[in-house]
Design a protein. Structure first.
Length: 403
């Protein structure tokens, strides 16, 4: 296969993590812009942006383009190394923000952040100085690390970026896994942290593969395949796991909230249908309405329809139904919902038998209006409601006399 074609085929794998990282950045970006003063969010945004930059410029096709545009063979090396080093610094800044909390503005925290910025900025400057001193005339798109492993100054540059990267990901990985083991974490956050921990763990494997191949060159051996064939896929999987780690907590909580709203809307259907028999109408269909708006409109309709039924609620029947539900083995919460369902069904039937003015005040139904979800769920099991109703009974003398 032609070398250029091989390079293009190889670069395809680098665009996969780039796309995933870009998606993670796009998901986080609105929150980052809205809460720009939050150091944690700024660190996350910087980390994702730099990770996207690393995988964009490390693709062989982009390396060749950068070298061609600048006219300097292998100038992509210090550029990619600099992006990777800046990524390392962002990892450490993120860890400092996580570890010390968003409200920590102490001198120690600021000093730690300045130290990270200073050290990794110094590493970046050193990378460019070493590249300027090195003699690297032959362009290498895939195997520069091993090809120039014994070249003065370039040797030191390769070792410097690998050590800087290893230290950063080692600290980051350790802090993340310590966090995973803490109690009280949201399931989505814990899952995201595990993905981040695995991603940073693979980064350590990447560094080990690269360093092993370079050291092999120093000792006269050839393990270039570790650097050229095995390390890049490891880096790609690592980047995808890191991106997923940032996506999961945000997307998971978003989807969980959407599911909760839709479930609540669905659970209100039995009570909503019952109230439609009273009102004769319902909530107009809104095709473009958000799930939250549909839920709010359904809740409002149910409560607005229940209010006129307030004076028809037979509290004595409700009390007997509660006792009956308990006697049938239902727990207190379920018994309360079943009793309310029995009372509402009785009120609806009573209204159908004897329509009248319902403007007069009735029993306090605050708790009933607050527990419409539980009542609606109880109505889904009409067999249970009817069993409770039959056991509670309703003496003929208890039928209210309407004015």
């Amino acid at each position: 296969m032609d070398p250029a074609a091989l390079a293009d085929a190889f670069s395809i794998s680098f665009w996969i993590p780039t796309a995933v990282l870009t998606a993670a950045l796009a998901i986080k970006l609105p929150t980052i812009i809205r809460l720009w003063k939050d150091p944690l969010l700024r660190a996350v945004g910087g980390l994702l942006l730099l990770a996207c930059g690393v995988f964009t410029f490390v693709a062989p096709s982009t390396i060749a383009w950068t070298n061609r545009v600048t006219g300097v063979p292998n100038i992509s090396a210090p550029w990619v190394y600099s992006l990777l080093t800046a990524f390392c610094g962002s990892c450490l800044l993120l860890i400092i923000a996580w570890r010390n909390g968003l409200s920590d503005r102490s001198a120690a925290t600021r000093r730690a952040m300045r130290r990270v910025v200073s050290v990794y900025s110094g590493v970046i400057v050193a990378l460019w100085v070493l590249f300027a001193l090195a003699d690297v005339p032959v362009e290498r798109l895939r195997d520069l690390d091993t090809y120039y492993a014994n070249t003065p100054f370039m040797r030191e540059e390769i070792l410097l970026y690998l050590l800087a990267h290893s230290v950063a990901v080692l600290i980051t990985s350790r802090v993340i896994w310590n966090w995973v083991r803490t109690d009280g974490l949201d399931a989505w956050l814990r899952g995201g942290l595990k993905s981040l921990g695995a991603g940073y763990g693979l980064n350590l494997i990447f560094d080990a593969l690269k360093l092993t191949a370079v050291v092999a060159r120093w000792t006269g051996h050839d393990l270039d395949w570790l650097s050229t064939d095995l390390a890049p896929p490891v880096a790609c999987v690592s980047a995808i796991l890191i991106a997923i780690g940032f996506i999961v907590p945000h997307a998971g909580q978003y989807l969980h909230e959407r599911w909760r709203v839709r479930l609540a809307h669905h659970e209100l259907r039995p009570l909503y249908q019952l109230m439609r028999t009273v009102d004769g109408g319902g909530v107009p269909a809104l095709l473009l309405a958000s799930p939250e708006l549909r839920l709010t409109r359904r809740e409002t309709f149910i409560r607005d329809t229940l209010l006129p039924l307030a004076r028809r609620i037979d509290e004595d029947l409700r009390g007997r139904a509660y006792d009956a539900a308990l006697a049938l083995g239902h727990p207190s919460g379920a018994a309360k919902a079943l009793a309310a369902a029995v009372a509402i069904l009785d009120a609806v039937e009573d209204r159908a038998r004897a329509p009248q003015d319902e403007s007069a005040s009735g029993p306090d139904t605050t708790d009933l209006l607050r527990e419409i979800g539980a009542v609606s769920r109880a109505l889904r099991r009409r067999d249970r409601v009817e069993a409770v109703r039959a056991r509670a009974g309703r003496p003929a003398k208890s039928v209210p006399v309407h004015e």
